[in-house]
Design a protein around this ligand. Structure first.
Ligand SMILES: Nc1ncnc2c1ncn2[C@@H]1O[C@H](COP(=O)(O)OP(=O)(O)O)[C@@H](O)[C@H]1O
Ligand SMILES: [Mg+2]
Length: 325
């Protein structure tokens, strides 16, 4: 698939999702950029802001199989991965697949479930396979997790450890809608006369894989790659920071910037793409010093600060590879 076709297809997916989700343009673009970059996304925000709706809408528009797992306090790893059950008629144990065997998994409220089950999810995300009783079962491709978590202040029963947060390519928050947008949400619901909206699939699993291939070919100039490394390094050197972004953060920055660039009609990354994704790609990888936990200092404020400090590479040579003016 050419970069132009991939870009057009990805933009149609976004438009289709926006038939269901009002506003949230930036958050939705970030989520899609991460999926195009083959990643998993953590949606962190208060309940009722459209996270579940967004996840379901992406699954429909991308033409992926969709499952939802509610991470209750009593959810067990096997409830997620599946387990062997005895088949009376066949007279033997059969593997019954759990909800991770899907195209897009909505892992809802992952901070309500104990660490063992969180670890099972993270393992499936990372390895793209599950091992049960010594037998390994590969997951579908593509396989993406959109996980939701309530903000820690709200109900952080089992906050994810940093080492696990790191496995999400991005953390995106939705935020409250403006009054006009909220009225639009209400108005559309009334006009529809029912709860759900059915979206048309714009593509399918094979189509998404092809777009992801195109993203792998989006060019990153050395100056832009070095800019990503400098930003990640600056989070480590920041005086308020206990642990900053690792090289995994630099990679996340480059990869998501490529997805963002393609969504903006380019097959090369410019520094503005990096800036646009930096907060979502890096903030959750940063822990501020414990003595600052009661202050406004956060991963987000640190990313904002380093974006202000680290010199932006000068614009690349007049691009010849642009897809659109
Ligand atoms: N931006 C939005 N656009 C359209 N509907 C929305 C939006 N935000 C909230 N809603 C509606 O509000 C309700 C709650 O949304 P939901 O996706 O379940 O929230 P969450 O998963 O964040 O708790 C749903 O009926 C949804 O349709
Ligand atoms: Mg929800």
């Amino acid at each position: 698939m050419t970069a132009r076709d991939a870009s057009d297809l990805a933009r149609r997916v976004l438009e289709e999702v926006q038939r269901a989700v009002v506003g949230k343009q930036e958050a939705l673009t970030l989520v899609l950029a991460a999926v195009l970059a083959k990643g998993h996304v953590l949606l962190e925000d208060f309940p009722g802001l459209g996270k579940t709706l967004a996840a379901r809408s992406f699954a429909q528009a991308l033409g992926l199989e969709f499952t939802r797992a509610q991470f209750t306090p009593d959810l067990l790893p096997a409830d997620l991965t599946g387990s062997f059950v005895y088949d009376q008629r066949a007279g033997r144990f059969e593997f019954r697949r759990g909800p991770v065997f899907t195209g897009l998994l909505l892992a809802d409220e992952i901070n309500r479930t104990p660490p063992k089950t969180q670890a099972a999810l993270l393992e499936a995300m990372q390895e793209r396979q599950v091992t049960v009783e010594g037998e390994t079962f590969p997951l579908a491709a593509p396989f993406h997790v959109l996980a939701t978590a309530n903000p820690i202040e709200y109900e952080g029963t089992y906050p994810l450890p940093e080492a696990q947060l790191d496995r999400f390519l991005m953390r995106v928050s939705f935020g409250y809608p403006s009054a006009d947008q909220e009225y639009d949400v209400v108005g559309r619901r009334l006009a529809r006369r029912r709860e759900e909206i059915e979206l048309d699939p714009v593509t399918d699993a094979a189509g998404l894989l092809a777009v992801q291939e195109a993203v792998e070919r989006v060019e990153v100039d050395e100056s832009v790659g070095r800019y990503c490394v400098a930003l990640a390094a600056a989070t480590r050197a920041h005086p308020q920071v206990l642990t900053g972004a690792s090289p995994r953060g630099s990679i996340a920055l480059v990869l998501t910037a490529r997805g963002w660039a393609l969504l903006h009609g380019r097959d090369y990354v410019v520094p503005e793409d990096v800036k646009a994704v930096a907060r979502a790609a890096l903030a959750h990888r940063i822990t501020v010093k414990p003595e600052l936990w009661m202050t406004d200092a956060s991963g987000t404020s640190v990313v904002a600060a380093v974006l202000g400090q680290v010199p932006t590479p000068t614009t690349l040579e007049t691009p010849t590879a642009g897809l659109r003016p």
